[in-house]
Design a protein around this ligand. Structure first.
Ligand code: F0G
Length: 425
């Protein structure tokens, strides 16, 4: 059995906490924590075979695309059953037209919108809610731009926990709000930004006995690691040149980098892809920090139509920076128009996603145009959320496409006229 513990990310502190520690921060210095392991020595070939065998197993843990890789997140005591909705097992799809649009790269999308609640958050939530249950937690909470909260609500319902979410008032996609309401979460709408909502929760969570399940909770990142492991497995362990992610609170890129470091440490990969983070230009504090090299300057208020990544003060920027440096990463910022065009390019391949996810493809195009990414590069973008998470965005941007939206009576002549109009040109 591997040994798991929580360790302060500040190398100068390095304070170690037991795995059952539920505060998200280091007790000695207040910095963030990593879940760390002393892994059992294992043959890489045996591990890969074992993960493959589980694909055809009917055991509940094996059917989850997170817990199938449990040797990489061995923090639950043996015999403890995780709270799972069979998350993961998401498709890897080639996107040729979008690849040409982005400047001539070999483009594949790993679609994390195919998770149970429609976003990558489920990968982290199964891990984090399982850890919370193991620690005896009764109530969980998050601040959210909408996806974390719908995922939290689903997994909390499944575990029988109470769930409270703090969201920016009238600033998250209505579909996400609807999901959380159906799963029974309490919704507190804050007149302010995501950052205001997060700060508010952070201030009062401990006094109200609420376990925060935002990505500052280190167990979240453990589950999210498996997205890149599954990707490498789907590619027969041949790493792409670049793995591209949208950046908001920067938990996802932190988890991907951690996974790549741990896989390299286990000898499961001999080369890591470069991680690429793409932010929306109006909410790009990490992009600016990456260029300046100084401390992160929060952006207030953050502005972008891609509401999922409308975040001005990302909590995980230090972790993200560490992983970007380790993989020789790139950071880019794209306009809302770029995001919209990238979403249309993906749609021409029959691939839908939410706006934040399309920022990845927009970023690839920009990096190609600047010569920072070579032609024919082997690129995987992570699409983080489902197309139907934000139908309002789609309708707003396509409402003038009146050839595609015609109303008629059930009359053959009217149908003929509508077809004439649609099929013209
Ligand atoms: N894409 C989508 C669809 C998201 O919902 C988020 C974050 C991100 C990308 C950015 O990921 O924060 O790990 O850098 N959504 C959070 C939420 C903040 O509350 O749902 P990140």
């Amino acid at each position: 059995m591997a040994h798991a513990f929580l360790k302060c990310i500040d190398a100068a502190c390095g304070h170690v906490h037991p795995i059952g520690w539920t505060a998200p921060k280091c007790s000695a210095c207040g910095n963030q924590l990593d879940v760390s392991y002393e892994f059992d020595s294992a043959s890489v070939e045996e591990l890969r075979q074992c993960w493959r065998d589980r694909l055809s197993s009917d055991n509940a843990m094996d059917r989850s695309g997170v817990w199938r890789f449990r040797e990489l997140l061995p923090f639950l005591r043996p015999g403890v059953h995780p709270v799972t909705l069979c998350e993961g097992r998401t498709p890897l799809i080639e996107a040729q037209r979008a690849g040409r649009w982005a400047g001539g790269v070999r483009l594949w999308v790993k679609h994390l919108g195919a998770n149970p609640t429609g976003s990558f958050k489920d990968l982290g939530m199964t891990a984090c809610i399982s850890a919370a249950v193991a620690a005896g937690t009764r109530a969980v909470a998050c601040a959210s731009t909408g996806n974390t909260s719908s995922s939290m609500a689903a997994y909390a319902a499944r575990a029988g926990l109470s769930a409270i979410m703090f969201v920016p008032y009238q600033a998250i996609a209505v579909a996400k709000l609807a999901q959380a309401i159906e799963f029974g979460a309490g919704v507190i709408q804050v007149r302010g930004s995501f950052d205001d909502a997060f700060h508010l929760l952070d201030t009062i969570a401990a006094e109200r006995g609420l376990q925060v399940v935002n990505s500052i909770n280190p167990f979240r990142l453990e589950g999210q690691k498996t997205a890149v492991v599954e990707l490498l497995e789907q590619r027969n362990w041949r790493p792409p040149d670049y793995v591209v992610l949208p950046g908001g609170n920067l938990g996802n890129v932190s988890s991907m980098g951690k996974a790549l470091r741990e896989l390299a440490g286990l000898g499961a990969t001999d080369r890591s892809p470069h991680l690429v983070v793409v932010q929306a230009a109006g909410a790009a504090p990490f992009y600016r920090q990456w260029l300046s090299g100084g401390d992160l300057e929060p952006v207030t208020p953050p502005e972008t139509e891609a509401s999922a990544i409308r975040i001005g003060h990302p909590a995980n920027w230090r972790k993200a920076r560490r992983e970007m440096e380790w993989t020789g990463g790139l950071v880019e910022a794209v306009s809302d128009q770029d995001i919209h065009d990238a979403k249309a390019a993906l749609a021409s391949d029959g691939i839908g996603c939410e706006p934040a996810s399309a920022a990845t493809v927009a970023g690839v195009r920009k990096l190609r145009a600047q010569g920072k990414m070579p032609a024919e590069a082997d690129v995987v973008v992570f699409l983080t959320g489902h197309q139907l998470k934000d139908p309002d965005y789609i309708l707003r941007h396509n409402a003038r496409n009146d050839r595609a939206l015609v109303v008629i009576d059930p009359d053959p002549d009217e149908a003929r006229r509508a077809l004439d109009q649609m099929q013209a040109g």
